[in-house]
Design a protein around this ligand. Sequence first.
Ligand code: KET
Length: 442
Amino acid sequence: MERRLGVLSRHLGSHSPPMASGNPSEMLFPSPTAGFHGDSVFANLVQAPEDPILGVTVAYNKDPSPVKVNLGVGAYRTEEGKPLVLNVVRQAEQLLVNDRSRVKEYLPITGLADFNKLSSKLIFGSDSPAIRENRVTTVQCLSGTGSLRVGAEFLAKHYHQRVIYIPHPTWGNHPKVFTLAGLSVKTYRYYDPATRGLNFQGLLEDLGSAPSGAIVLLHACAHNPTGVDPTIEQWEQIRQLMRSKALLPFFDSAYQGFASGSLDADAQPVRLFVADGGELLAAQSYAKNMGLYGERVGALSIVCKSADVAAKVESQLKLVIRPMYSNPPIHGASIVATILKDSELYREWTIELKAMADRIISMRHQLFDALRARGTPGDWTHIIKQIGMFTFTGLNTQQVAFMTQEYHIYMTSDGRISMAGLSSRTVPHLADAIHAAVTRIN
Ligand code: KET
């Protein structure tokens, strides 16, 4: 306390007014019991439920069991069950720390210019005609969620259609992000529980009957929670249908590189839509593919018909961002830019990314084999067919609750498990839990 006050008075200068009482801390930090004693003005609030995904981690953290496993949140873990900071990220951070010319000034409202350029190249391709023709505006945002929110606020303010179609099911935060931004949310059929695959017919019918101009949220790859993606031929059909009805694509790209292990292959669906010259939005996250979860690094790109329109769009995006959080943080974006602009670091990143994707695929095979070895009733081939971080198991809410209670396995109640949270050590325990759940609970 003494030291704090010393520092404070140094900042205030030697002419700061003298303290009135003998106890200086009372002046600066009045007693918490001083003042009004009535009920809190917030006393009538109801207790809100935990978030359906992040709340799983809260429950997991409270469980003292040594065998507990967290397969809730989509966050990569090593074979040892530990969070992973990529080697390239460590290297980039070292370079940044060593560079004494770096300062902590505010970034522009739109973020770090290098980062924006490199991010749009990453998703649209370095040879993208839209980038060459200056038809893309990219703004740095707070990871994937922030990018979606800024895009949604912009659309609610400036786009003539306020309705957005999201797949059913989808990431649980989508409806909340879009509704709070002022859009009206509708769903299109996406997943068929019977086949545990894509309901392509349903998707085409629902988008086919959407009002002209409606916004359509598309998962760029590794659909969350189902792990089911359209084939590239199906994407082409979706593209044709959407363009024929002037539906506006809004891509959510939270897993580029995690589906196939290749950054370019995973961006194919987005690039298909850019190649036809039409307009679209894309929200990118570096949480998963660079393991920068807590750094909150992402980008929103809007591909426009002309450079002139793109410049106007960017000017309006600034008006959305400035009163929301003024400008984005510098550290995470600097890490990403350092990696993306250095060909050696970039190459190392792709290798580490592929290793993460491969470990997840190996977990799929191990879990599938373990269930087969136990003779667990049911067809579990979807575990190896599904793509990306998650398996949509088909387990129901009661079975999930049973697995949490009896086996300390934590997952979202819709039966989604994060394969990235699994390791060779925990596969047998999970397989035992699934086996018990499907044989004992209907
Ligand atoms: N889109 C999708 C499809 C997605 O799964 C997530 C995160 C995000 C966007 C946002 O990520 P951000 O950290 O804002 O870049 N999904 C995982 C984490 C979460 O729910 O926040 C998850 O589904 O577990």
